[in-house]
Design a binder for this molecule. Structure first.
Ligand SMILES: Nc1ncnc2c1ncn2[C@@H]1O[C@H](COP(=O)(O)OP(=O)(O)OP(=O)(O)O)[C@@H](O)[C@H]1O
Ligand SMILES: [Mg+2]
Length: 285
């Protein structure tokens, strides 16, 4: 089993002297189709070995931020027009998405995206395409993925398109793991899943973080669950970060409690329409 031998004191939020930054996003602006300004100066940091949550409602700009980091915006006619993103020491814009995967930065897309006609195991093996360390190492990592996701072992021969949403999400994360990432950009893992499954998936994320040292930048609308597993959080609204802090502090923040915690999908939509102005005023004052 691979271990990056990194330790992050997740429960206390304390930063060790050895801690460094794996990802830094510095004041980026993103424009789609040359005219649609979507990110308006976003900055965030992921410490090595951290789990950082990027929170916000529909259309806030979470996916756009993740795609800027993995350099996947080109396919969407999007472009980083200002600012800089560093993964370790490298400027992301100078690297292809493939180079980034080889260097250890991989995105798990919103909506899972398994190859429906392939089996679970074939899907997992597609995640090893950047590897050059031979079949035995790949086989060992397949075993590692099955140890983290026993459900995938049970379903290894099933056609992915016929597995459940939860299994497909696990398959998407498992496939990312097959590239031996240092950091996973995980977009809305909870989307469309029952609460118990969401919990199961976040437990595995935590375990991967603890035992394999994988850092996570996690986009979520599900603030409640994300802030229970993350060490730090950023809240986005209309392409800007409006609040950030240690996960514990955010969970106790009155605005976060009022607007993001304990509110169902319906409520969230109405709060966005009705209270948008008030909230921005309170946070940005
Ligand atoms: N390819 C695109 N072309 C033009 N505009 C886009 C494109 N992709 C996203 N947008 C716009 O950018 C804004 C941010 O979208 P994004 O998908 O980043 O939000 P999000 O926070 O991930 O939302 P959700 O929680 O619904 O996934 C939205 O207003 C969206 O309509
Ligand atoms: Mg999104």
């Amino acid at each position: 089993m691979s271990t990056l031998e990194l330790d992050w004191p997740a429960d206390t939020g304390e930063k060790s002297a050895a801690q460094d930054t794996i990802l830094s996003v510095n004041n980026i602006e993103v424009i789609y189709d040359h005219v649609i300004l979507v990110l308006k100066g976003v900055s965030l940091t992921v410490p090595r070995g951290g789990i950082v949550a990027l929170l916000g409602a529909n259309g806030a700009g979470k996916t756009t931020t993740l795609k800027a980091v993995s350099n996947l915006l080109g396919a969407e006619r999007g472009e980083v027009t200002k600012g800089k993103i560093l993964f370790e020491k490298d400027e992301v814009q100078a690297l292809s998405p493939n180079d980034l995967v080889r260097r250890g930065c991989i995105q798990v897309m919103e909506g899972r995206h398994c190859f429906g006609h392939l089996s679970i195991e074939e899907n997992l093996l597609t995640g090893a395409y950047t590897r050059t360390d031979g079949a035995a190492a790949v086989k060992a990592d397949l075993e590692m993925v099955y140890n983290y996701f026993p459900r995938l072992r049970e379903r290894r021969q099933s056609q992915a398109g016929y597995t459940s949403g939860g299994e497909q999400q696990m398959c998407a994360i498992g496939r990312a793991l097959m590239s031996r990432p240092k950091m996973i950009l995980l977009d809305e893992p909870s989307m469309g899943l029952a609460p118990q499954l969401v919990e199961e998936i976040f437990e595995i994320v935590k375990e991967l973080n603890d035992k394999e040292g994988v850092s996570f930048l996690l986009a979520e609308q599900n603030t409640n669950v994300a802030l229970r597993y993350a060490t730090y959080g950023y809240i986005m609204e209309s392409g800007r970060i409006v609040l950030d802090g240690d996960a514990k502090a955010l969970r106790e923040n009155e605005d976060v409690k009022e607007f993001y915690l304990g509110v169902g999908g319906e409520g969230r939509r109405s709060f966005r329409n009705v209270k948008h102005y008030k909230r921005r005023k309170r946070w940005l004052a």
